[in-house]
Design a protein around this ligand. Structure first.
Ligand SMILES: Nc1ncnc2c1ncn2[C@@H]1O[C@H](COP(=O)(O)OP(=O)(O)OP(=O)(O)O)[C@@H](O)[C@H]1O
Ligand SMILES: [Mg+2]
Length: 356
């Protein structure tokens, strides 16, 4: 993938702005490049963090939609308001305790003889200890890849047996008084007990502007067909980047030729979609298969004749898929309707055909 050397990545910017007191630990953040800022989302996040003092914010979206890039874009804009900014990738830790230890060690290194160590024992990595730090200092904690603490084959947001203690920590962070903020980046929405008043979820959708710039960078042709292409692939920058490879390889960079294919081409997106589907419960798969076979958006207030489970199971499946951003709600004058993206529909149909 091309990398525009002239435009600094958010990570570059953060590294250039290294805090003299070394209060920022972004060592676990990915080094990503972005073309343009998501202004609306950045404004919402800043308002939520700085004005509303929301304690837990979940940035929710499909893989590749730009959650990590957005968080990296946010940091330089709010860093002056925080004493500490710490990015942790859940993938790097087998237990919550090991992650808490790493955070606490950063806040108060074990060999430090400062006042901080006198106040808190680094060996005791309990939730209370972390909350005490969140009270004492204004910290922005970022937990990336949160979906890793949830079980595959279950409804969205079901904690893995070993990771139920995350739920307790989230509840404590949501309901204790402190001045810090926890930013969760996830493909799956966490359910935070008693968190309603202090938590906020920001759903990330496709990003037309970035996708257009990306196609421009790739020198694809037939600009008048780009919008069609971008909509087909859900405005997902990662997916468009992958599809741009195929357009170069197979169609000499012609978007019109690529779109002339009678079926939606998935190519290298298949392994990504496979991983998404592997995480679904059986009920959710049935819902996707059912929606994939509908001609139009679906009205779930009507009991469907051809859905193999009960009406309430359909609602349960839809709600869970919404928590993974796999089903979208469309508000119309007659009420709300549901749909799935063309890529998900196409993969669902393919999977169904292979299972029959
Ligand atoms: N604003 C943007 N401009 C250009 N490219 C972008 C933008 N946002 C995301 N991308 C591209 O899309 C890809 C995926 O972005 P990112 O890693 O932030 O997605 P994600 O939602 O965090 O995915 P995952 O859930 O898999 O971690 C990156 O390679 C990035 O370059
Ligand atoms: Mg990410």
């Amino acid at each position: 993938m091309p990398k525009n050397k002239s435009s600094p990545t958010p990570t570059d910017q953060n590294q250039n702005d290294t805090n003299p007191e070394n209060n920022y630990d972004l060592s676990e953040a990915p080094d990503l490049y972005s073309l343009c800022d998501r202004h609306t989302e950045l404004t919402t996040l800043k308002q939520s963090i700085l004005q509303n003092h929301t304690r837990i914010i979940t940035i929710l979206g499909l893989t590749g939609i730009g959650k990590s890039v957005l968080a990296l874009q946010l940091i330089p804009q709010i860093k002056d308001k925080f004493d500490y900014i710490i990015w942790r990738n859940i993938d790097n830790y087998s237990t919550l305790e090991s992650m808490q230890t790493s955070i606490i060690n950063f806040l108060s290194p074990p060999d430090s003889s400062s006042q901080k160590t006198a106040d808190f024992s680094p060996a005791k990595t309990t939730n209370n200890q972390l909350i005490n730090y969140l009270r004492k200092y204004r910290c922005l904690l970022i937990f990336d890849n949160l979906q890793e603490i949830f079980a595959s084959g279950e409804l969205a947001g079901t904690y893995l047996p070993d990771h139920e203690n995350y739920g307790k920590l989230f509840k404590q962070i949501a309901t204790s008084s402190h001045q810090s903020c926890l930013l969760l980046l996830s493909q799956e929405e966490p359910k935070i007990e008693l968190g309603n008043h202090y938590c906020h979820t920001l759903k990330i959708h496709g990003f037309l502007e970035a996708c257009k710039m990306l196609l421009q960078e790739r020198n694809l042709t037939d600009e008048d067909r780009w919008l069609e292409l971008i909509n087909l692939y859900g405005g997902n920058p990662l997916w468009l980047n992958i599809i741009a490879d195929a357009i170069e390889d197979l169609c000499d960079a012609s978007v019109a030729q690529f779109l002339s294919c009678s079926t939606l081409y998935l190519g290298d997106l298949e392994p990504i979609l496979e991983r998404i589907f592997q995480r679904l419960s059986e009920l959710e798969k049935q819902v996707i298969f059912w929606i994939a076979n509908q001609e139009t958006t679906v009205d779930i207030s009507i009991t469907p004749a051809d859905f193999p489970h009960s009406h309430s199971d359909l609602w349960k499946g839809i709600q869970s898929l919404k928590r993974r951003c796999l089903v979208e709600k469309i508000m119309e004058t007659e009420g709300s309707f549901f749909t799935i993206q063309p890529v998900v529909k196409s993969f669902g149909k393919m999977l169904l055909a292979s299972e029959q």
